[in-house]
Each structure stands twice: as structure tokens, then as C-alpha cells.
Design a protein around this ligand. Structure first.
Ligand code: LMR
Length: 344
């Protein structure tokens, strides 16, 4: 027997259906609205301690962004390689796992060979020369040199001049012979130490303290704030200031992420990046002095500052390696960098 449908059933079913549809529409409207109102999440991953210029920069960026774009932007910071190591950060940026990173120049080699210019030994006379170059046309151009690969440079951040260390005094190039140094994954640094007769072990920053402690490497080079905040002076006695190269960073984001930001948020973030950059660079100068003094005060370390005459020998040995990188960096860029030393 067929089911007899009461005539009143249809209108009440229709009413029920309509209520369901209205309910579903409301739920999706509310969730779309909630999503639209959700703050943009910016995850900033880096490898140094919070007590470094980069650590301060990340914290200040978070503070200003969350104050000025309250409810629109949320910033999470992952210092000390808690999320990604140096070698992973740029890929993480491209895969959308983070939105900001500030790797040192040497870490960009597989994306832009031109950025190696910053690591050439004795190319820049001091930090001011590095800044003049960064503001030049060539320097600004390097911020965009990875755009086709999806990486956008937002700013240059400083740390400081690199200092070499070992457990024997390093006064002349001969003193380094047959040592084994940890280096950043940099072809320039590899060439530099090869010229000094040193074996090199490229290694992520996170592993350096342990490698020094275990004696896996006998020396390293880094900026004072990284040396002090990681306690490298617990395992290295002699530090040499040769002023041969500068440790700096490029603050980078994913080009796609940045372009997809609502314009008013992007404009404000650009302004904040500019302000933070000034503070980072000021902090870098102060930290370089303070942390150098702290290492000296620890009485665990001795610092040797090479005179201009002593440096001549180092320069003669190391500047010929520029030639090896000319074809990758471009002579025009190297020349602009050299002219930044002269335009005082
Ligand atoms: C290093 O690898 O030694 C440094 O580049 C780490 C850093 O980010 O300062």
C-alpha cells in the first residue's frame, strides 16, 4: 500500500527546509565574516637569540605592527631556530609556513649569486660603506633580485663586523694553517679560508656552540652579539678583529604574500619596517661595543685588533678571491660597492 501523504505535510516540510537553508546561509555568512575579520598572521622565523639586533628587530616589529594594526595583524616570532634552521627558512617562506625571515647574506646563494658581494673579504671599509652601498641603485636592486623566485627583500638589517676566533692567537694568516673552521654555507667564505689554509665545515648557526664544545671545529667567525649571546667564548680563547667582513641580513617575505595584503595594511607595514630598520641598525652598533666588552670582561677571552700594517698581509692574500666571484656577482656591482668606500 502506498503511503498517503497528508496535504499539510508538504507545506511544513518546505518550511523546515527553508529554515535549514536560512540557517546554513547564516552560519556560512558568519564564518566568512569572522574569517574576513581574522587578523593577518605573520610568522617571523630566525636563528639568533632574542638579545641580538635581529632578535630586537623582530620584537619591535611585532610590537609596532600589533599596536598600529590592532586586530588586523598578529605576529608570532620563532627565534633561535625554534621553527626553521637557516637552510630551511627561505623554502618555508615559499611554502607559506612563515611570512618573514632575515637570513644573513650568505644564505641567499641558491637564490641570488649577486648577494655574495656582501661577503667578499675586505671589500667594504666599514659599516658606513656597507650602508652607502645598500642605499645605492645596485644595493636597492639586490632587494628585488629574487622576485622572479617569489622572494621579496624588504630591508637590510645590520649585525656587525665579523671577528675570527680559535684556541690559538691569530695574528698573521700563517697562524690559521691547518685549523678547521665552522663557516656559514658560503662559497666566498670557503674560498677565503682555503686561501688561509683552513679546512671548512659549513654548518647551521644553531649547531655551532655544540661543535665548538665538542672540538668538531677549532674556530669560527661571527659578529660580537652572536658570539656573546651563544657563549662561543666559553670554548674559544682568542678573538681577532680583522675587519675583513660584515655580517648583515636581508629581511625577506614571500612576494605573493606581500602583494596579497590589503593595501592599507601593506603601506603601514612598510612604514613599520622602515622605522624598525633604523632601530635595528642603531642597536647593532651599540651591541657590537657592549657584547665585545662583555666577552672581554668574562676574562675567558683575549681580543687582538690588527693594525693597518698587519692587515696588509691579510688583504694581499684574500682580495684576489674577488676575481673568482666576479662572473657570479657582476663587476658593475663590485665596482659600486668599492665606490661606496670612497664616497665619504
Ligand atoms: C651565522 O650563521 O653564523 C649567522 O649568519 C647567524 C645569524 O643569523 O646571525
Amino acid at each position: 500500500m502506498g503511503i498517503t501523504k497528508h496535504p499539510a505535510v508538504y507545506p511544513s516540510r518546505a518550511r523546515c527546509c527553508a529554515r535549514w537553508i536560512a540557517f546554513i546561509c547564516l552560519v556560512s555568512f558568519v564564518s566568512v565574516a569572522a574569517r574576513a575579520a581574522e587578523p593577518v598572521l605573520i610568522r617571523f622565523s630566525h636563528v639568533t637569540s632574542e638579545a641580538t639586533p635581529k632578535g630586537h628587530g623582530a620584537a619591535l616589529f611585532k610590537k609596532l605592527a600589533e599596536e598600529r594594526l590592532a586586530g588586523k595583524v598578529r605576529v608570532e616570532i620563532y627565534p633561535r631556530a625554534l621553527k626553521f634552521n637557516d637552510d630551511q627558512a627561505l623554502l618555508a617562506l615559499l611554502f607559506g609556513d612563515i611570512e618573514l625571515a632575515a637570513p644573513s647574506f650568505s644564505k641567499f646563494r641558491s637564490f641570488s649569486r649577486k648577494i655574495q658581494v656582501f661577503d667578499l673579504p675586505f671589500l667594504f671599509s666599514d659599516v658606513d660603506a656597507v650602508h652607502r652601498f645598500q642605499k645605492s641603485e645596485a644595493g636597492r636592486g639586490l632587494l628585488d633580485s629574487m622576485l622572479s623566485q617569489g622572494i621579496k627583500g624588504l630591508a637590510y638589517w645590520d649585525n656587525g663586523m665579523r671577528v675570527m676566533s680559535a684556541n690559538r692567537p691569530l695574528r698573521t694568516p700563517k697562524d690559521l694553517k691547518r685549523l678547521r673552521f665552522r663557516i656559514e654555507p658560503s662559497a666566498v667564505m670557503q674560498a677565503q679560508y682555503r686561501a688561509l689554509g683552513v679546512a671548512t665545515v659549513p654548518m647551521p648557526f644553531k649547531q655551532v656552540r655544540e661543535a665548538l664544545k665538542m672540538g668538531l671545529v677549532k674556530g669560527q667567525e661571527n659578529a660580537w652579539s652572536n658570539i656573546y649571546s651563544n657563549g662561543f667564548h666559553d670554548y674559544q680563547r682568542y678573538f681577532t678583529e680583522a675587519r675583513h667582513s660584515f655580517l648583515g641580513y636581508m629581511l625577506v617575505t614571500s612576494a605573493e604574500f606581500w602583494a596579497g595584503l590589503p593595501p592599507e595594511i601593506r603601506v603601514e607595514l612598510d612604514k613599520i619596517v622602515g622605522e624598525v630598520t633604523e632601530k635595528v641598525n642603531q642597536n647593532a652598533r651599540e651591541k657590537a661595543e657592549q657584547d665585545r666588552q662583555r666577552v672581554i670582561d668574562s676574562r675567558k677571552a683575549e681580543v687582538t685588533t690588527l693594525t693597518d700594517t698587519q692587515l696588509e698581509e691579510w688583504r694581499k692574500l684574500l682580495t684576489p678571491i674577488w676575481k673568482q666571484f666576479e662572473h657570479e656577482i657582476g663587476t658593475d656591482i663590485i665596482e659600486q660597492a668599492m665606490s661606496a668606500n670612497r664616497s665619504r
